[in-house]
Design a protein around this ligand. Structure first.
Ligand code: ADP
Length: 573
C-alpha cells in the first residue's frame, strides 16, 4: 500500500515536471515580420493565447525595409482627396501587373479587404493618410504616412507597440525547424531551436506560418531559377525560405516558385536599388575595364545577365551633375556614402581604380553618340542624355533578387493546401511565404497590403480554429528558461563616450545595469537624420537584444553603425 502511494506520488511528480516543461499557446506564429505581427495582434484580440517565434534577434524581416506604401482601394483617405477607386479596378491592375498568373480569388480577397485593413491599422495608431500614385496602378492608392516616409520604418514599430500593449511574447533567436503533426497529418505544434542550439517544442491548436520569402537564400532561388545564380539580394538575412521547406515537408503544395522579382542595378553593400530612371536620364554602365558592354535600356533580365558576364560580375553606373541635380533619390544615395565622384572623367576613373584613358574616351564617345543620336556600339535609342557636366559620379551595381512571388498555396481563409486541394488542418500562412497573390510580378504597394490583409485573416482564422478546440493557457517555461534575452557581463555604470560618425563626432551614453546593457542613447550627432533614424530604430535595439555589438549594421548606414560600435566597444572593455 505504502509502495503504491510512493509510486503514485512519483508519477504525479513526473507528470507535473512534464507539464511544466511544455510550451503551449492557442496560436503559435512563426515569424515577427509584418504578416506575423498582424496575425498575432488579431488572434490576441479574438481571445486566443499567442506566442511569436522569431529566429533573428529583432523583429521586422523584409517588412521593415519596405518603402513605397500600402495599396488599398476605396479608403477614407482616397475619398478625402477626391480619388475615385474601387476594389474592382485594383483587382484588374493586380491581375495585369502579375501577368494574369495570380490566383483571382486571393487577389479579390486582398482588394476587397484593403480599405477595411487601412481602417484597422489606423485604429492601431498607424498614419496612412497620404495617398500616392504607384506604377501599374490606374488610380492613386498607395497609402503611407504624411510626409511620405518609407512605410516599413513606420509600420514595424506601430505593430511592435501593439504586441507589447497586448502582452504578446516574441521569443527572439528561436528558429522554427519543423511543423509537428499527428497521424492524420494535422499540425499539433512546432519544433524550434533556440539561441544556444537547444531544441524547444511548442504545443498549440493553430500555427500561423509567416516566415517571409526566400530572396536571401541563393541555393534555394537558384534551384528554381538557374539564371539567378550569382545574384545578390535586397532582402534581410533571415529571408531564407524556412517556412516553405517546413510546409513542403508535411505535404503543402507550392505555387509560382520560379516567379522571382529581380533588379539589375543594386548597390551590393547597402542593397540600395538604383531606379531605371537614372539610366532613363542618360546614365551609362561601364565594367572594370572602363567600357560600356550593353544597351543600358534593355529589360531587367537582359541587363542582369550582361552584368554577370563582366569580369568582376558588377558594373559602375555613371552619371553627371546634370542627372544628380535632377534626382533627389541620387542626392540621398550620395548622403549615404555610396557615390564615388571625380572632377573630371579621368579623376573619377582614378578614384574607381579603372583605366583612366579608356574611361574618359568612353564618356566622350557616349556624348558623341547622344549628339548624333546614333549609338553605333549598342544601338541604344532611349534615355539619350549627355554626361558632360562635372563632377562625374559612379555607383557600383550588380543584380539582386528583390521579391519572391511564389510560396505555399493558400485559400482565402489562409489555410495551407495540399496538391489535392485539401487543407492541412491547423496550419495557416500569410505574407511572402505564400504564393498566388502576386503571380508573375508584384506591383509596388501590394506587398504591404498582402501581408496586412492576409496576416490579419490568418490571425482571425487561427484563433477561431484554436478556440473551437478549447483554449490552452499560455505556458512558456521551457522557452523562457532557454530563450531569455542574452546576458551581458559588463561592469555596471553609466558611460559617456564620443564616437566618430560619418559626418562628425557623436556623443553616446551607454548604461549597464546588473551586467547588462540596458540603454544606449545618442545624445548628439551630425548624421543624416533619415539614416540615423534607422540606426536608432534597428541597430541599437539589436545590440541590446544581443548584449553585444556583433550585430548586422543597418543597410546604408554602415559608417554610422561602425562609429557607434567602436564607441560602445571602447566603454564595454
Ligand atoms: P512578411 O512580409 O511576409 O511578413 P518578413 O520578411 O517581413 O515577411 O518577416 C518574416 C519574418 O520571419 C522575419 O522576421 C524572419 O526572420 C522570420 N523567420 C523566417 N524564418 C523563420 C523561422 N524558421 N523561425 C522563426 N522566424 C523565422
Amino acid at each position: 500500500m505504502k509502495k503504491m502511494v510512493v509510486l503514485a506520488l512519483a508519477l504525479a511528480l513526473v507528470l507535473a515536471a512534464a507539464t511544466a516543461s511544455a510550451n503551449q499557446a492557442d496560436v503559435v506564429v512563426i515569424g515577427a515580420g509584418g504578416a506575423g505581427m498582424a496575425a498575432a495582434i488579431q488572434a490576441a484580440d479574438d481571445g486566443a493565447t499567442v506566442v511569436v517565434l522569431e529566429k533573428m534577434d529583432y523583429a521586422g524581416g523584409n517588412t521593415v525595409r519596405s518603402e513605397g506604401g500600402m495599396n488599398a482601394a476605396g479608403t477614407v483617405y482616397q475619398a478625402a482627396m477626391g480619388i475615385e477607386d474601387s476594389p474592382e479596378v485594383m483587382i484588374e491592375d493586380t491581375m495585369v501587373g502579375g501577368k494574369n498568373l495570380s490566383d483571382p480569388e486571393l487577389v479579390r480577397f486582398m482588394a476587397e479587404n484593403s480599405a477595411a485593413t487601412v481602417d484597422w491599422l489606423t485604429g492601431l495608431g498607424m498614419d496612412l493618410s497620404e495617398v500616392a500614385q504607384g506604377a501599374g496602378a490606374t488610380n492613386a492608392r498607395m497609402h503611407r504616412s504624411a510626409g511620405g516616409a518609407k512605410i516599413g520604418g513606420v509600420l514595424t514599430p506601430v505593430l511592435m507597440r501593439n504586441l507589447e500593449q497586448r502582452g504578446i511574447t516574441i521569443l527572439y533567436g528561436v528558429r522554427a525547424t519543423k511543423l509537428d503533426t499527428d497521424e492524420s497529418g494535422a499540425v499539433t505544434g512546432v519544433t524550434a531551436t533556440d539561441k544556444t542550439g537547444t531544441e524547444v517544442s511548442f504545443t498549440c491548436n493553430s500555427v500561423v506560418l509567416a516566415t517571409g520569402g526566400f530572396g536571401a537564400n541563393e541555393e534555394q532561388f537558384a534551384a528554381y531559377r538557374s539564371d539567378l545564380k550569382g545574384f545578390s539580394t535586397t532582402n534581410h538575412p533571415g529571408a531564407t525560405g524556412d517556412g516553405i521547406v517546413m510546409a513542403q515537408a508535411i505535404g503543402a503544395a507550392l505555387v509560382d516558385m520560379d516567379q522571382i522579382q529581380t533588379n539589375p542595378t543594386v548597390e551590393p553593400v547597402t542593397h540600395i536599388v538604383l531606379s531605371e530612371s537614372v539610366r532613363g536620364n542618360g546614365a551609362i554602365m561601364v565594367n572594370v575595364e572602363g567600357q560600356r558592354f550593353v544597351n543600358e535600356m534593355l529589360t531587367r533580365d537582359v541587363l542582369s545577365a550582361a552584368i554577370l558576364e563582366q569580369p568582376e560580375k558588377y558594373a559602375y553606373l555613371i552619371f553627371d551633375k546634370r542627372i544628380m541635380d535632377k534626382m533627389e533619390a541620387l542626392q540621398q544615395d550620395y548622403e549615404m556614402g555610396i557615390v564615388t565622384e571625380g572632377e573630371t572623367p579621368a579623376a573619377l576613373a582614378q578614384a574607381l581604380g579603372i583605366p583612366e584613358d579608356v574611361f574618359a574616351a568612353q564618356v566622350e564617345s557616349w556624348n558623341q553618340a547622344v549628339a548624333s543620336e546614333n549609338d553605333a556600339a549598342f544601338e541604344r535609342t532611349t534615355g539619350l542624355g549627355t554626361l558632360s557636366d562635372g563632377p562625374w559620379y559612379a555607383i557600383q551595381v550588380s543584380p539582386a533578387v528583390h521579391y519572391t512571388m511564389g510560396g505555399v498555396k493558400i485559400n482565402t481563409n489562409t489555410q495551407v493546401l495540399r496538391e489535392d486541394g485539401s487543407a492541412i488542418a491547423n496550419l495557416y500562412a500569410a505574407g511572402e511565404v505564400t504564393g498566388g497573390v502576386h503571380g508573375g510580378n508584384r506591383l509596388g504597394g501590394n506587398a504591404v497590403c498582402d501581408i496586412m490583409v492576409f496576416g490579419r485573416q490568418a490571425g482571425m482564422q487561427a484563433a477561431a480554429n484554436a478556440l473551437a478546440k478549447g483554449s490552452l493557457a499560455l505556458e512558456l517555461p521551457q522557452a523562457q528558461a532557454q530563450t531569455q534575452q542574452a546576458q551581458g557581463h559588463y561592469t555596471d555604470g553609466v558611460y559617456q563616450v564620443e564616437g566618430a560618425g560619418r559626418n562628425g563626432p557623436m556623443q553616446v551614453t551607454v548604461t549597464v545595469e546588473g551586467g547588462n546593457i540596458t540603454s544606449i542613447t545618442v545624445d548628439s550627432h551630425s548624421e543624416t537624420a533619415m539614416i540615423f533614424e534607422a540606426v536608432e530604430r534597428d541597430f541599437i535595439p539589436a545590440i541590446i537584444a544581443a548584449q553585444s555589438t556583433q550585430v548586422d549594421s543597418v543597410a546604408g548606414a554602415t559608417m554610422s553603425c561602425d562609429g557607434l560600435k567602436n564607441a560602445i566597444d571602447s566603454v564595454l572593455k
